[in-house]
Design a protein around this ligand. Structure first.
Ligand code: HEC
Length: 460
């Protein structure tokens, strides 16, 4: 046996050992929890909803390989600061002129100035295979990447014998606080058609710097994150306005100035913002979510402008502050999932209004350890329902097909025109993480029927 083969021979043993160790550690952490024997991730199968069928043959379409890397807390403010040795080149050159994405991932996964709170054992990079196509009506894009275990749950409720408590968390907080790591896998795609500038004062733009122009020190889990009270008090973002309590992706062209905190609170006035929006100075953002959109066959349709917002209409999930929905026992055989069967049942029975869910009844004799998903799924409506998605998981690989009309007719979407080239960025969440703890790609070009990093083929 060559040394390679010997290594391959040991992989299944290693994986089994890791899974057993994982199960044991979950159990020893929380004596009350009676988690089922974990299946190995490779044995898990998740089927797509299949609201549409790709009318072409993916095997005939060329694949582009993208290296998505762990970026730590690399913000736009840091990239253009004196601390970044490449700052002077940022406006004129692409990141990829000076960096290999894989090397950045290896450096940034380690504890250091851009990662004060590392996740033990986290992989530094993920390879993503991308293919794209279009016909007369639709644009299709398919992503494939390996994931040891599919993250198909998000935040949860658990009945403690008396009350329903919030349950589950993201990593690394979950590991630290001995809470079940429950956050979903997610794929985000940003599309730009105007080569948006990083800020009014700066020559850097999306075609060279990619999604980094949307990433600021003020955002969640970044170095200058404002308190929720500060955001709630803000006249535009807070209670009187968008009603937010944290800061998410935004474009500096919507701000009147720049500062170390990312000028999160320095918004232009409404008229200026409306003008910019009407000129199309925003990015389209599609977010496929393994728990919060895939089971109904959709990806979220969002955009990045002065905030990361959802398109008009109704998103594929809602987030009640207390349990509002439970299972329809006549369909699933239970009203809430017994903890011992959690993983299997949540996979087979996502909580969907109109399918598996009925209104929550507090009179039910729930048992200690019963679990319900906090997020409740539903068929999205309006512009928020423009992107349908087939996400399936088999043999340790996610395959996600997205479909959207080339022209949705909605003002919060980018029109994709055959013959034109776009800038595209990809983000990937794996391993029960959220917020900044995704993998990101350098910017790529997407050509609709024309040569580019990713060429969408005509399948008319
Ligand atoms: C003109 C060349 C150049 C350009 C363009 C450039 N950089 Fe850099 N960057 C450097 C150099 C040189 C360093 C310091 C050496 C190193 O850590 O690789 C550096 C360091 C970094 C680091 C710190 C790595 C660590 O170990 O802490 C990050 C992160 C980074 N760059 C990201 C980017 C991103 C993202 C872009 C695009 C928006 C970019 N750089 C564009 C040259 C460049």
């Amino acid at each position: 046996m060559s040394s390679n083969k010997i290594f391959l021979f040991f992989i299944p043993i290693l994986v089994t050992a890791l899974v057993v160790a994982g199960t044991l550690s979950v159990q020893s952490r929380d004596k009350e929890m009676n988690v089922e024997e974990h299946q190995s991730g490779k044995e898990i199968k998740i089927e797509a909803k299949n609201l549409f069928r790709f009318p072409g043959d993916w095997d005939m379409i060329e694949s582009t390989s993208i290296t998505a890397f762990y970026p730590g807390q690399t913000s736009w403010q840091w990239l253009v600061s004196r601390e970044h040795a490449g700052a002077a080149g940022v406006g004129d050159m692409r990141c990829s002129n000076c960096h290999q994405p894989g090397e950045l991932g290896e450096e940034l996964i380690e504890p250091g100035p851009r990662e004060p709170d590392p996740i033990p054992g986290k992989q530094p990079v993920k390879d993503v295979q991308v293919k794209a196509a279009y016909d007369n009506e639709y644009f299709y894009i398919r992503f494939q990447w390996a994931s040891d275990r599919p993250g198909q749950t998000h935040d949860l409720w658990r009945f403690d014998g008396h009350e329903w408590q919030r349950y589950g968390a993201q990593r690394p907080e979950a590991d630290r606080e001995n809470i079940l790591p429950s956050y979903e896998d997610r794929l985000a795609v940003i599309i730009d058609d105007q080569n948006l500038k990083a800020s009014d004062a700066c020559q850097a733009s999306f075609s060279k710097s990619g999604c980094f122009i949307t990433c600021h020190n003020s955002m969640r889990q970044m170095s200058h994150e404002p308190s929720s009270e500060q955001v709630r008090k803000h006249p535009y973002l807070g209670r009187e306005g968008l009603d937010r309590e944290d800061v998410r992706k935004y474009l500096l062209i919507t701000r009147t100035e720049q500062n170390e905190a990312g000028a999160w609170d320095k918004l232009k006035n409404r008229e200026e913002l409306d003008n910019l929006f009407n000129q199309g100075k925003f990015m389209d953002l599609w977010q496929w979510r393994a728990a919060r959109s895939n089971p109904v066959g959709y990806a979220g349709d969002d955009f990045v402008f002065e905030y990361r917002k959802s398109d008009d209409g109704m998103q594929p999930f809602k987030t009640p502050d207390e349990p509002e929905w439970m299972y329809d026992q006549s369909i699933t055989g239970f009203k809430a999932i017994p903890e011992s069967r959690f993983e299997e049942h949540i996979r087979d029975f996502p909580l969907i209004i109109g399918e598996t869910a009925v209104k929550f009844d507090p009179e039910v004799d729930f048992q200690k350890g019963d679990i319900l998903s906090r997020r409740v799924l539903r068929k999205p409506e309006g512009s928020a329902g423009d992107v349908t998605a087939n996400g399936s998981y088999a043999n340790g690989v996610w395959t996600v097909e997205l479909r959207r009309k080339l022209d949705t007719g909605n003002p919060d979407d980018k029109i994709l025109v055959p013959g034109k080239t776009y800038n595209i960025g990809t983000g990937l969440f794996d391993d029960h993480t959220s917020n900044r703890r995704h993998y990101v790609s350098f910017v790529k070009t997407l050509g609709i029927g024309v040569d580019a990093d990713i060429r969408a083929c005509s399948i008319k």
